[in-house]
Design a protein. Structure first.
Length: 95
């Protein structure tokens, strides 16, 4: 099964910016610290961006290979999913 390409915040997820980084509160009340890039990814999926769209944004701001950026974004969101912070969502127009 291919990795999801769109994610959204889980309904119970809570985020708070702290300086250039952020704190995420998991459903079981654990804090997860994310750096500025993690917070940028978090904010981008709130706006409906796909993994590919987030990766393009990161390659525009950082010296990173597009394929590597896409894999890193996908891996990061998978980790957040394991913590219950994000859930995959269907592609627009898909069932």
């Amino acid at each position: 099964m291919p990795a999801p390409t769109r994610w959204r915040h889980a309904p119970q997820a809570v985020a708070a910016p702290v300086g250039d980084a952020g704190l995420l509160l998991t459903p079981d009340f654990r804090y997860v610290e994310v750096d500025a890039v993690g917070l940028q990814i978090w904010d981008a999926i709130a706006g409906g961006a796909s993994v590919g769209e987030v990766a393009v944004t990161l390659t525009d701001h950082f010296d990173v290979d597009p394929a590597r950026a896409q894999q890193d974004v996908s891996d990061f969101l998978g980790q957040l999913a394991d913590l219950g912070l994000v859930v995959s969502c269907p592609e627009p127009g898909g069932d």
